[in-house]
Design a binder for this molecule. Sequence first.
Ligand SMILES: O=C(O)CCC(=O)C(=O)O
Ligand SMILES: [Fe+2]
Length: 156
Amino acid sequence: MRDGGLVGQVKRPDLRRADLVWIDDLPDAAWVMDRMLRLVVEANRAEFGFDLTDFGESAQIARYGAERQGHFGWHSDIGKGQWAAKRKLTVVIQLSDPADYEGGTLELQPDSNLYTAPRQRGFATVFPSFVLHRVTPVTAGERFSLTLWAHGPAFR
Ligand SMILES: O=C(O)CCC(=O)C(=O)O
Ligand SMILES: [Fe+2]
């Protein structure tokens, strides 16, 4: 796994501490992409109605470990990079059994309320990529997540 940087930004280890691997580098993971794509399309149809045109960005597996209080501070997924500028929806799948870690809570702030993503393994949280979100520090064990972005023409 590589140390996590940020798309289109200078690396800021204080903002994000996680190890990353891209799913395209893993053998036999095509079915995972397949299922995620179907999920995003369905969620978009039901909830968002965004203009989605492609899924060219490789999905990312992150590991947040207690040994260095793995976390990701408040951020939006939209940035200046070639891909980050076109992100429309973010999908985060919980890969870990909730019993395997403490902390590591995915929180979202789409309005004045704070939303906490359910922790159960396999749960998918889908949100507009501009929504502020964070992962609180993991204080025990380790948490794995899988993140995919759907792209389209930039918001305007
Ligand atoms: O690991 C998570 O729950 C969130 C990951 C994330 O926000 C990102 O990769 O942009
Ligand atoms: Fe994010």
